[in-house]
Design a protein around this ligand. Structure first.
Ligand code: ADP
Ligand code: MG
Length: 292
């Protein structure tokens, strides 16, 4: 069996993952090529898909470029994760809309109206309704973002206005600030529809648990309640692989923060001593054999 890992241009972020996948797939006699998505791996020509990649049984897709993912699926290539799931996770608002269907608890959230061009004025009147409902502090997030870089907190009206005006040309959302989880979140890894394990992220210097040099991690003694919460999501969405981020709210309840389809797992493996790459490889090989 042969697989291909496709990464985004920033291959160094995925170095640990690639090395661990190579180790664990090798033990199952599966070889892996690694290709960078430089835009030339596939093309649509005369209505057909022309592939410019070696023959393979599956692709591990470590990118969020949904177009290439969809083109590969059109050519009947089995992707881990599938394109639709990557798309839903990459867009934090789509994740919330999907999970609302399933009765998953989440912080109250508004989708910001799109501001299309740089000359269009931001919609400041909309903010009053948001303030009335969410109050301060409030979280404002870019819908597409990672590593905490597109997540901000506004403590008053002026900060909200300034933040909003600086990012309103991106798709954004407004969210209730979960003050009880300041600097802390739970990362649950799901593999093959089931919870595989969890650890806590901690940041003493920022409300974003995963932002910057001060972000750290620790073991969770009892993961049961987090596993139950994430397990429902894993099962309902039939998740093959994801990192589900959870927050503890002020009422002692758990709320969903986001779902990451391309979750890194170096921190997870080092904190929990659980072997993510092995479980992932076993799932991929089983699923590929099943479909043959
Ligand atoms: N509504 C919220 N209330 C409190 N903290 C939040 C909230 N949303 C996000 N955070 C904090 O910010 C971090 C990053 O947010 P997240 O939505 O996971 O985006 P990213 O994709 O950048 O990781 C979370 O891990 C959490 O610590
Ligand atoms: Mg996150």
């Amino acid at each position: 069996m042969h697989g291909i890992i496709i990464t985004n241009q920033e291959i160094r972020h995925n170095e640990y993952k690639i090395q661990r996948f190579k180790e664990e797939f090798d033990k199952l006699n599966v070889s892996l090529d690694v290709l960078k998505n430089d835009g030339t791996l596939a093309e649509i020509s005369n209505g057909n898909v022309l592939l410019n990649i070696p023959k393979c049984d599956f692709v591990i897709y470590l990118d969020k470029d949904i177009y290439l993912a969809r083109i590969l699926e059109k050519a009947n290539i089995r992707l881990f994760n599938r394109a639709d799931f990557i798309k839903m996770c990459d867009d934090k608002m789509l994740t919330f809309i999907k999970c609302a269907d399933m009765g998953i608890r989440m912080p109250d959230t508004f989708a910001g109206p799109l501001v299309y061009t740089s000359i269009e004025k931001p919609h400041l009147e909309f903010l009053d309704a948001v303030i009335n409902k969410l109050g301060f502090p409030m979280v404002i997030k870019k819908v597409y973002g990672s590593l905490g870089e597109g997540v901000f907190r506004a403590d008053n009206k002026q900060e909200l206005y300034d933040l909003y005006q600086s990012i309103c040309h991106n798709p954004i959302l407004f969210q209730r600030y979960v003050s009880s989880s300041k600097g802390s979140s739970i990362r649950v890894i799901v593999i093959d529809g089931k919870v595989f394990g969890a650890f806590r992220r901690k940041n003493g210097a920022d409300f974003r648990s995963n932002f910057g040099e001060s972000a750290g991690s620790e073991k969770i003694e009892n993961i049961e309640k987090y596993a139950r919460f994430a397990g429902v999501i894993a099962e309902k969405l039939d998740i093959e692989y994801a990192g589900i981020d959870l927050l503890d709210d002020e009422n002692g309840e758990i709320v969903l923060c986001e779902i990451n389809s391309n979750a890194f797992f170096e921190e997870f493996e080092k904190t929990t001593s659980l072997n993510v790459a092995k479980a992932f490889a076993e799932m991929v090989v089983r699923k590929v054999y099943e479909q043959k």
